[in-house]
Ligand binder design. Structure first.
Ligand SMILES: [Zn+2]
Length: 161
């Protein structure tokens, strides 16, 4: 995806996460959207810096970078939530566009992709971005509300275990 798609994805995802975490729709919800949205949107812009420095969809589109941003807040008490922006950038590139990313670069240059993406220049690129974002929010909701464990508990109780 292009920068426009990544910003759209990051902003929509952050609004969705804000409502998942603070569903009341009040000032607390708005504060959460801002607190998450700024670092997530900045994080979503990071991988494509490799269009200028390094090899595009390789140098800054890999697991070591994502792990680095995931661990950074733990190590330096800074840059919280940026990793979510990096992760959503990878998801949108892999699922939403034709070309994949070299997730295991520099070990291998192989680019991984899902066969469902549309060309970045396609008129359907925005629709694809929204679809990917909604799917990400479904996964986020499942994690935030602990749905897999709750579902398991419901099934366990309904069969009397
Ligand atoms: Zn990218």
């Amino acid at each position: 995806m292009n920068k426009r798609g990544h910003v759209l994805n990051a902003v929509l995802l952050s609004i969705g996460l804000g409502y998942l975490l603070e569903p009341a729709g009040d000032l607390q919800t708005f504060e959460t959207i801002v607190a998450i949205g700024v670092p997530v949107t900045l994080g979503a812009m990071v991988p494509d810096i490799d269009t200028a420095f390094g090899k595009h969809r390789k140098t800054l589109h890999n697991l070591p970078l994502l792990i680095g941003f995931f661990l950074f807040p733990e190590l330096f008490d800074n840059l919280e939530y940026v990793w979510i922006g990096v992760l959503t950038h990878y998801v949108l590139d892999v699922a939403g566009s034709k070309r994949g990313i070299a997730l295991f670069y520099p070990i291998t240059k192989t680019e991984y992709n899902l066969p469902i993406g549309v060309p970045v220049s396609s008129s359907r690129a925005d629709l694809m971005t929204v679809v990917v974002t909604v799917l990400e929010l479904v996964v986020a909701a499942a994690i935030i509300y602990d749905l897999p464990r709750r579902g398991f508990e419901m099934v366990r109780q309904s069969i009397g275990l």
